[in-house]
Design a protein around this ligand. Structure first.
Ligand SMILES: [Cu+2]
Length: 232
C-alpha cells in the first residue's frame, strides 16, 4: 500500500510478541490461582462447638498462675487441668467479660461484687496441697478474658492473668503468624513467569517478524535498494 508508515512485517512482529506474552501470562495466572487456592482459602464457617483443646494451669507458691497456652479458639470445648503445687487454697476464676481488666486496686469485696454481677466462665476452688483437678468450659467469643484468684489478698498480690480467645492477649510473646513460605514461593514464581513471558514474547516476535529474515515478497513491500558504491 503506497504511503503506509509501518511495514506489515512490523505488525506481524508486534502481533506475535503480544500473542506469546498473552499465552504465558494466562499460564501464569492459571498457576497462580491453582497454587494460591490453599494459601488464600477462607476459613470454614464457625460451628457452635468447633472442637476440643486443653489448657494446663499450674498454681505455684508465688501467687501466680502458669498456663500452658494463653490463647484458645472460640467455641472450643476447653479441658482445664489445674495442678496445685501450693499448700495454700486458691481459685481459678475466669471472667466472662471480654476485653476488661479488673483494676488491680479493687478490694476483695469489689472483686466478689464484680463476679456476682458477671458470672465467671470458670470458678474452680483449688484446695491446699499438691493435687491435680480438671474442669471444662466453652471458649468464649473473640476477646481477651482475665482470670484471677478470689482468695482474699491474692488478686491484690498479683494473682491474675489474661487468656485470649481467638487472639493473643496484648504483650504476649507468642510467635507472630506472618505469611508462610508458600506466599513467597508463589510470588516468586509469578514474577519469574512474567519476566520470562516478556523476554520470550519480545525475542520470538523479533525473530519471526524480523525484516532481515523475511523474503521481500512476503513482507509486502519492496526490499530497500542495496547501497551503491560512491560515484567517481
Ligand atoms: Cu490464690
Amino acid at each position: 500500500m503506497p504511503g503506509a508508515v509501518v511495514p506489515p512485517g512490523e505488525f506481524r512482529m508486534v502481533r506475535r510478541s503480544l500473542r506469546a506474552f498473552l499465552g504465558i501470562a494466562v499460564l501464569a495466572v492459571v498457576l497462580m490461582v491453582a497454587a494460591g487456592r490453599p494459601v488464600f482459602a477462607a476459613p470454614a464457617p464457625a460451628a457452635t462447638v468447633q472442637g476440643s483443646e486443653s489448657l494446663g494451669v499450674t498454681v505455684g507458691t508465688a501467687f501466680a498462675f502458669t498456663v500452658s497456652t494463653n490463647e484458645v479458639t472460640p467455641g472450643d470445648n476447653v479441658s482445664v487441668t489445674l495442678t496445685q503445687t501450693d499448700d495454700v487454697e486458691h481459685t481459678f476464676t475466669l471472667s466472662s467479660v471480654a476485653n476488661y481488666v479488673i483494676p488491680s486496686s479493687d478490694s476483695t469485696s469489689q472483686l466478689d461484687a464484680f463476679f456476682a454481677q458477671h458470672p465467671p466462665l470458670v470458678n474452680f476452688t483449688i484446695p491446699a496441697g499438691q493435687a491435680t483437678y480438671t474442669t471444662t468450659f466453652i471458649a468464649p467469643p473473640l476477646g481477651v478474658y482475665e482470670y484471677v484468684c478470689l482468695i482474699p489478698g491474692h488478686f491484690q498480690a498479683g494473682m491474675s492473668g489474661l487468656l485470649g480467645s481467638g487472639e493473643q492477649p496484648a504483650g504476649s510473646t507468642a510467635p507472630a503468624t506472618g505469611p508462610g513460605w508458600q506466599v513467597f514461593f508463589i510470588g516468586g514464581t509469578i514474577a519469574s513467569l512474567v519476566i520470562i513471558a516478556l523476554v520470550l514474547g519480545f525475542v520470538v516476535g523479533r525473530r519471526r517478524g524480523s525484516v532481515h529474515e523475511m523474503p521481500p515478497e512476503r513482507l509486502g513491500y519492496p526490499e530497500p535498494p542495496a547501497p551503491q558504491p560512491p560515484a567517481k
